[in-house]
Design a protein around this ligand. Structure first.
Ligand SMILES: Nc1ncnc2c1ncn2[C@@H]1O[C@H](COP(=O)(O)OP(=O)(O)OP(=O)(O)O)[C@@H](O)[C@H]1O
Ligand SMILES: [Mg+2]
Length: 461
């Protein structure tokens, strides 16, 4: 049945079972008490009947009166022991032998329960003897013999009434639980599930984010957590869409830039033939730079991802390499910024020249830009040394130091940029390229006196 599989249905059935179980603890002792009280009543009636004997000189009454007294007390025989010697006895006809005796004087609760159970199970109409204590100190003990039939009948009727009452109570409680669970648990949960389904059908629709409304603590928590998660998903989707369009834009730019650069390379080719020595010397360098730009575009297009392709390592003579990068960045010609290349000429790095070129030029350009922005002149010094199985390169400047925002988001794309015209990508790119070599790029120091970036570049193993 479907209702039994639902939460409220199960709680309905469980409540009935639990209340009925609890009722057993009330039912059993109260039936036992009912029986004990019934017998106690009989003993009291018998005690009153036997006291009639006191009015006679020899503790004897006429047989007719005796019969009537016994009938009134609804017993077969009564014996009231007044003291050690005197006993008042009323004796009628016994329909059979006494089958069981019960002493109420020292019966504990468990004993009473056992006796009541025995009474319920016994064949009807047993003759039993009951011994009890007389009320009002009327004697030492009172004993009656009676038929159990009526006791059994009344006891079972009483038990049946209690059972019916328990059933009504448990049904009532269960129905209340059923509706309470529907109202406070099932309905809010269904609401949350509905919101989840609606959202999953179109996670990019902000209107489908659940608006927490439940007043039930746990459900409200669930709703808030869901709303939080849905907002996160929504933002992630937005970001993803943004990145996808950015990726597409990068591909388009790379594609057409490559064509434009190829065209300018053709023109630069002609510079070599120039009679002017300066122009003819610049020609090959221009071609080299354009070549690098074209290769970058091609690799970006070929790789098609935001990450860089794995480095293609070669032996790079560092001193000459640093000079080349400085020249490409425009540091070599002597300007407001003095440049010093302190790399030893016999030092080699094991690196992808394209990538190392990009990393170094980003660092040199940053340093030059920082110095230029300070409005004063300055100097940049690149030093390098052998370090274990690799090299360490330091790029030091005496510029104004990194702004706090740049330090906080160091090496994070788009975030660290503090210059208006910068895109905030240079350091992130350099960092990623060096790490792809298994190396590290770090900000060794920065203050108003200047900054030092350090590259550690291990040889390929
Ligand atoms: N040597 C330096 N001295 C002072 N500030 C620096 C230095 N290097 C980097 N910065 C600061 O760090 C910021 C981030 O540099 P990053 O190269 O990542 O981005 P950018 O130079 O702003 O933009 P671009 O992507 O064009 O390089 C810079 O805006 C600059 O404020
Ligand atoms: Mg930069």
């Amino acid at each position: 049945m479907a209702i039994l599989r639902s939460l409220s249905g199960r709680l309905l059935v469980l409540t009935i079972i639990f209340v009925m179980l609890a009722e057993v603890f009330i039912f059993v002792p109260s039936v036992a008490r009912f029986r004990a009280e019934y017998l106690q009543n009989r003993l009291q009636m018998a005690q009153i009947a036997s006291l009639a004997l006191l009015a006679t000189p020899d503790d004897m009454v006429s047989p007719d009166l005796e019969k009537e007294l016994l009938a009134n007390a609804e017993v077969y025989a009564i014996a009231l022991r007044r003291d050690e010697v005197r006993e008042l006895v009323l004796m009628g006809d016994l329909p059979g032998p006494v089958e069981q005796s019960f002493d109420l004087r020292d019966a504990g609760a468990l004993q009473l329960i056992r006796d009541a159970f025995e009474c319920a199970m016994a064949p009807p109409g047993r003759v039993i003897r009951v011994i009890g204590e007389p009320t009002n100190n009327a004697g030492l003990a009172i004993e009656v013999t009676l038929n159990e039939k009526r006791l059994k009948h009344e006891m079972i009727a009483y038990g049946w009434r209690i059972f019916q009452l328990s059933l009504v109570i448990s049904l009532f409680a269960a129905v209340l639980v059923f509706f309470a669970v529907r109202r406070f648990v099932v309905r809010p949960i269904t609401g949350v599930i509905g919101a989840m389904t609606a959202f999953s059908e179109d996670p990019s629709d902000p209107k489908r984010v659940i608006r927490p409304s439940s007043r039930v603590g746990e459900v409200a928590d669930a709703e808030r957590a869901l709303a939080h998660m849905q907002t996160d998903v929504l933002n992630a989707l937005k970001q993803k869409a943004h990145l996808a369009s950015l990726g597409e834009a990068v591909s388009k730019i790379s594609h057409d830039l490559r064509n434009i650069l190829a065209a300018s390379q053709l023109m630069a080719d002609r510079l070599e033939a120039s009679k002017d020595p300066i122009v003819s010397r610049t020609g090959p360098k221009l071609i080299g730079t354009l070549d690098r730009a074209i290769r970058l575009c091609e690799r970006t297009l070929a790789y098609g991802k935001a990450e860089e392709p794995p480095p293609e390592r070669r032996r790079v003579a560092l001193r000459a390499f640093v000079d080349e990068v400085a020249e490409a960045v425009g540091l070599a010609n002597g300007g407001a910024v003095a440049f010093e290349n302190a790399a030893p000429s016999d030092l080699y790095a094991d690196a992808d020249p394209e990538q190392l070129h990009r990393a170094l030029s980003n660092l040199l350009r940053n340093a030059a830009e920082a110095i230029a922005a300070s409005g004063r002149g300055g100097r940049i010094r690149v030093s390098a040394r052998h370090l274990g199985d690799g090299v360490e390169i330091e790029i030091a400047d005496d510029g104004p130091g990194l702004p706090t925002a740049a330090i906080k988001h160091l090496f994070k794309p788009f975030k660290g940029g503090a210059r208006r015209e910068g895109s905030g990508l240079g350091l992130a790119i350099a960092h990623e390229l060096i790490r792809a070599h298994g190396g590290a790029l770090e900000l060794a120091s920065t203050s108003t006196e200047g900054s030092v970036f350090r590259i550690v570049l291990p040889d390929a193993t």
